[in-house]
Design a protein around this ligand. Sequence first.
Ligand code: FAD
Length: 357
Amino acid sequence: MSESSVHQTDAVVIGAGPVGLFAIFQLGMARLRCHVVDVLDAPGGQCTALYPEKPIYDVPAFPKIMGGDLIDRLLEQAKPFAPTFHLGHRIEGLARTEDDARWRLTTHKGTVIEAPVVVIAAGAGAFGPNRPPLAGLERFEGTSVFYFVARRDAFQDRHVVIAGGGDSAVDWALSLAEVAASVSVVHRRAKFRAAPESVARLHALAEAGRITLVTPYQLHALEGDDDTLTAVIVADLDGATRRLEADRLLPFFGLATDLGPIAQWGLDLHRHQLVVDPATCATNLPGVFAIGDVASYPGKLKLILTGFAEAAAAAHAAYGIARPGEALHFEHSTTTGVPGVSNENTASRSSLAATRP
Ligand code: FAD
């Protein structure tokens, strides 16, 4: 590999979920450049992949914000720092450079990035859906079979079969019943494991004929022409089958939560999370930090707002590693402004805030 194909930067952020995206901003405010790597093709982690159109109510200053809208705002906030994104890349390797001065990260596509600082914001790992064991499933994936709903409109007037009994299955059944031609929910038990209020609404819509509950049944086979699904065959516990006409299938069997290669890097682990010092989010490896859902310490709350605070702590501590011998003086953003953004109102905004009741 030629030297020119190796990217050099101050920090590599592994994971472009909400916490990784906010880390770009915090690193930028500490004047550290970064590259961001995510195995998914789009930024946003769980917010984009699992609930882009669901409202979040506990992000400070947003009484209600959709998962997708939060990601758009985080991207906008990170933009002045011009991060380099490597989407569709899974980080496989982490090793010290020959001179032991930096970390060398390699992706499964062969991209190499070197930096003194690594910020792991990998959530539950390089996640992927649990796929049902159905013959010929791959043929329909991406055209008729989806594991995530990015846009509800894509299911307008479709005959949708949803498989699963948890929150995702129930929530999307309720949501898609408003736009789809038909919605059937296949679950191997009669009881659903979702929020009681949602389950009550599901049964009410079933009684009103807007949703068909197909329980206790499991997915058995798929029918279709080329890559277009025409029916889903389900089977009960005795093996008796039933045919559901469908042109879309949404299997919601949860995520495979495997840290994957990250678990092999010599980091201290506690129940599939990385052990960190809560004051700095430093792991046991020098210059390697962990923030967001992947980080573990006593009392850890897996919330977006917790991850945001961890991003700030990690960026502050990272500065001393990326710029050894230089001190980072703590200053509010109202004082520093944001590099590359018009900041002429910073002083007056802070004095205005101080006079508010
Ligand atoms: P993630 O969002 O999980 O992102 C991690 C990213 O890292 C992923 O994109 C993954 O592909 C990538 N990655 C992992 N390993 C690698 C690798 N080796 N190479 C490259 N990329 C990698 N939280 C709240 O605060 N409020 C809520 O109301 C709320 N509602 C939720 C509703 C649902 C249905 C779900 C599922 C979660 C909810 N959460 C909520 C939790 C919240 O989404 C998570 O806390 C948050 O997404 C964690 O962000 P993160 O950036 O740490 O990780």
